[in-house]
Design a protein around this ligand. Structure first.
Ligand SMILES: [Zn+2]
Length: 217
């Protein structure tokens, strides 16, 4: 199963993506993780990407698509499929991705979109605290750390990320809508878009996702 997973910031995509990976045995291919790994390993593409980031520029689409292309050659991805996360973000990227997939005799089976109302996203992110050391996140009401302000996993201090504050969140959501609307329209025409209501308990949301994916399998 080849999936593209799209959700606004704060919608719980990471959690749901991990559940999909676990249940269906398909790996998540996250452009952000691929980028970090390539830079860590200092691969050819990693060195190129690092230069852009070092100069304060965005890593060009071509570099990211090459990273993804490399990852898709991984036997797990070619045999079982994948969940794409973080890419494509623009229509141009979606078109480039499709060309790459077609060249490999592949195509996306489904585009999963998680919907969460804006007010709920703002509330969730306003209450989110992040550990900069291990990446764990906590929610002040629904998933508070045992000791206030301290990460349960590693004991480091927790932070309220600047871009998780209401003003920034509104901008991030606006940007998300602007960027993803054309992609969703594009994939809707192909008839592969599945919308899932992302409000509520983690397991309830996953049950809705399972319902959609079980039909595609
Ligand atoms: Zn931590």
């Amino acid at each position: 199963m080849r999936l593209l997973f799209i959700a606004p910031p704060g919608a719980g995509k990471g959690t749901q993506s991990a559940l999909i990976t676990e249940k269906y045995g398909i790996p998540a291919v996250s452009s952000g993780n691929l980028l970090r790994a390539a830079i860590d390993k200092q691969t050819e593409l990693g060195k190129i990407a690092e230069k852009y980031i070092h100069d304060g520029n965005y890593v060009p689409d071509e570099v990211i698509i090459n990273l993804i292309e490399e990852e898709l050659q991984n036997p797990v991805c070619s045999e079982r499929g994948f969940i794409l996360d973080g890419f494509p973000r623009t229509l141009y990227q979606a078109l480039t991705l499709d060309k790459t997939l077609i060249a490999r005799n592949m195509q996306l089976d489904a585009v999963l979109i998680l919907y969460v109302p804006k007010t709920e996203l703002i509330n969730r992110l306003a209450q989110r605290r992040t550990c900069y050391n291990c990446g764990s996140t906590f929610h002040m009401t629904f998933n508070p750390p045992t000791v206030e302000g301290i990460c349960d996993n590693c004991g480091s201090e927790l932070h309220h990320r600047k871009d998780d504050r209401p003003g920034s969140i509104k901008n991030r959501i606006r940007l998300y809508n602007q960027e993803t609307m054309p992609i969703i329209e594009y994939y809707s025409k192909m008839g592969i878009v599945h919308r899932v209501e992302g409000l509520g308990d983690i397991n309830d949301v996953f049950a809705k996702i399972e319902k959609k994916l079980d039909k595609i399998k």
